[in-house]
Write a protein that binds this ligand. Structure first.
Ligand code: ADP
Length: 418
């Protein structure tokens, strides 16, 4: 009936066309075309009316039935999991993020069935009793450790009523933030510990030199040499820490200067010759001889290969040989990249250490690293530099037969020839 009423004008116009045709005033074709055109225009016109009628129904009903679609539409626009509960603490609306977080949350069912977190249920109750916004942090142990913040606010459907008809609850995952905070705290604790050790040694020697060894020239010389080593270790550690923070600061800036990796690797190998001779290790460079041009920061590239070759000389001197292989290859995706493999023939690395090797301060053997003058930051630096340059560092190990660290770096656009 409602539709007939809405169609009264096009129907009347169509009737006029039929009469005109019957009276012979116009032909059949223009009469049909005119009637169809007017019907189409009126249908187009009727459509928004139909939509707003549905919306109108919802708006009308929303005062009594708050779970209607518009609440869900609002929740869908929120980035965090969000749930609206009514006075009976039943869910009236929720977004897909909330369903993903708590799959057992269902509309028209108690919120406590889907969200079994006492802190959250308590916060909802507090909002209803105090009629003010409330927040709480909570921690979940299973299936994975996660930290959340729940924020709940009262919603009143009628402006006249000041009470909380509904409660809007949103949950924010604070886990990534907490992990960063933990990492920062761990890092500061590790850095302080690393600095405290040589510092304690230095002050111990100062006390001895002022006291018992005061008059003993030979002991003084020996202690001063140790003190110098400890001071150098502190300087190296501070240097590595500063480099790390500088690289992290520039992590989002891709370097744009052209550097030749062949030249850099040769320069690094030459510079480490004295250490190689001291350890009776032969360094051999094989592979590409034409330049391998990448977009990079020269000093950082030197740092990468210095760290990798120096590690091979420090931890794998027993193999007596370090091979550096330069290659130009295509990735699975078809991009061209430079691969510099540093292979040693020392003791290798047990598989359980590989995933953590590039973490700051991670060492396979702390006392050996210290004895070799290591800071535990070398591979962390290498990884950060390579990441900044769009590269990566796969590590292979052959326990008992040595380790291979391969730096992969994207070749500069024009350097495509094999
Ligand atoms: P460090 O300053 O201790 O050398 P790195 O980050 O450079 O720190 O290396 C981390 C650890 O990885 C080292 O302490 C060592 O245990 C192990 N490692 C690195 N390179 C090699 C290698 N070529 N062979 C065996 N172990 C290695």
């Amino acid at each position: 009936m409602q539709l007939l009423w809405r169609m009264r004008i096009p129907l009347a116009t169509a009737l006029v066309f039929i009469c005109l045709w019957a009276l012979g005033a116009i032909g059949a074709a223009p009469a049909v075309a005119g009637a169809v055109l007017i019907a189409a225009i009126s249908l187009l016109d009727a459509r928004p009316e139909k939509q707003s009628a549905v919306l109108g129904q919802q708006e009308q009903g929303s005062a009594s039935r708050p779970g209607d679609a518009w609440l869900e539409t609002v929740l869908a626009a929120l980035p965090d999991p969000a749930v609206i509960v009514d006075q009976r603490e039943e869910v009236v609306a929720l977004n897909s993020e909330a369903s993903a977080l708590a799959p057992t949350l269902r509309r028209n069912e108690p919120v406590s069935l889907g969200l079994r977190v006492p802190e959250v249920l308590e916060v909802i109750r507090r909002v209803r009793s105090t009629r003010s916004a409330q927040r709480v942090e909570f921690f979940q142990r299973v299936p994975l450790e996660r930290w959340y913040e729940a924020a709940a606010i009262p919603l009143s459907l009628s402006p006249q009523k000041a009470g909380a008809d509904l409660v809007l609850l949103t949950l924010r995952d604070h886990t990534p933030l907490r992990r960063v905070e933990e990492m920062r705290a761990d890092f500061i604790a590790n850095a302080s510990h690393e600095l405290r050790t040589p510092l304690a040694a230095l002050s111990g020697f100062i006390d001895t030199l002022r006291g018992p060894a005061r008059e003993d020239a030979a002991v003084r010389e020996r202690f001063l040499a140790i003190m110098q080593t400890q001071a150098a270790r502190m300087a190296r550690l501070i240097d590595d820490l500063l480099s790390l923070s500088r690289i992290e600061l520039n992590a989002h800036l891709r370097p744009d200067k052209e550097v030749d990796l062949v030249g850099i690797v040769r320069q690094v190998a030459d510079g480490l010759q004295p250490l190689a001779q001291e350890r009776s290790v032969a360094i051999e460079i094989t592979g590409a001889t034409s330049p391998l041009i990448v977009l990079g920061e020269r000093d950082e590239m030197i740092r990468v290969f210095e760290n990798l070759v120096e590690n091979a000389l420090k931890y794998a001197a027993s193999g007596k040989r370090v091979d550096i292989e330069l290659a130009r290859l295509a990735t699975a995706a078809g991009a061209r990249e430079a691969r510099i493999a540093i292979r040693d023939y020392g003791p290798g690395i047990a598989p359980e250490h590989l995933p953590r090797l590039t973490e700051r301060f991670y060492r396979v053997d702390v006392s050996e690293s210290r004895a070799q003058g290591g800071t535990g930051l070398g591979l962390a630096l290498v990884k950060h530099i390579l990441t900044r340059h769009g590269g990566r560092l796969p590590i292979e190990r052959t326990l008992g037969h040595g380790a291979t660290f391969t730096a992969h770096l994207p070749l500069r656009g024009g350097d495509e020839k094999s």
